[in-house]
Write a protein that binds this ligand. Structure first.
Ligand code: QAP
Ligand code: CO
Length: 167
């Protein structure tokens, strides 16, 4: 078990595109376990491997109140989207920044679990937002990219100041 270092926007490594997982071995189990530990410690409700500088299609999420319902999505593909909803999002890679983003209200996702077994997830509400937010990370996309260029500039300035203060 280990806490992993989370990359902060606008780190260019957040723009890398993740490749599918092909080996369902102990190294994968260790990565998932470390990602879950890192997400719970933050605390957060979702974390994509990209955010810890591992460019493979692995996501962990837990949107439950009790924080006891870990969901691990590997090689996930959205097969259906429906409707729209606006949610105030944040991100462990963009600390202290929250803003509204419009996404699908309902998503169906094909994925495999940590053993490589095919699964299907149908999500709505917060879980649907979280799935879309995390799968964006695997494609090199951070939620602030949905905001206006003006807001993106302000966020970059604010995070640069934070980074300097943390030296
Ligand atoms: C993505 O985000 C998400 O700024 C997961 O200071 C967000 O876990 C999906 C966090 C909203 C759906 C809705 C952010 C923690 C956690 C911060 C997170 C912070 C501390 C963000
Ligand atoms: Co995020």
């Amino acid at each position: 078990m280990a806490l992993l270092k989370i990359l902060h926007y606008p780190d260019t490594r957040l723009k890398k595109i993740a490749v599918p997982v092909t080996k369902f071995d102990r190294a994968l189990a260790a990565l998932v376990s470390d990602m879950a530990e890192t997400m719970y410690a933050a605390p957060g409700i979702g974390l994509a491997a990209t955010q810890v500088d591992v460019h493979r299609q692995v996501v962990v999420m837990d949107v439950s109140e009790e924080r006891n319902n870990l969901l691990t999505l590997i090689n996930a593909r959205v097969t259906h989207k429906e409707g729209a909803q606006v949610y105030e999002e944040g991100c462990l890679s963009v600390p202290g920044i929250y803003d509204k983003v419009e996404r699908a209200a309902l998503v169906r996702v094909d994925y495999v679990d940590i053993k490589g077994k095919p699964c299907v997830l149908e999500a709505s509400g917060l879980l649907a937002v979280c799935v879309q937010h995390e799968l964006d990370h695997l494609q090199g996309k951070v939620f602030v990219e949905y905001l206006s260029p003006l807001k993106q500039g302000r966020i970059r300035t604010k995070l640069a100041k934070q980074a300097k203060a943390n030296l």
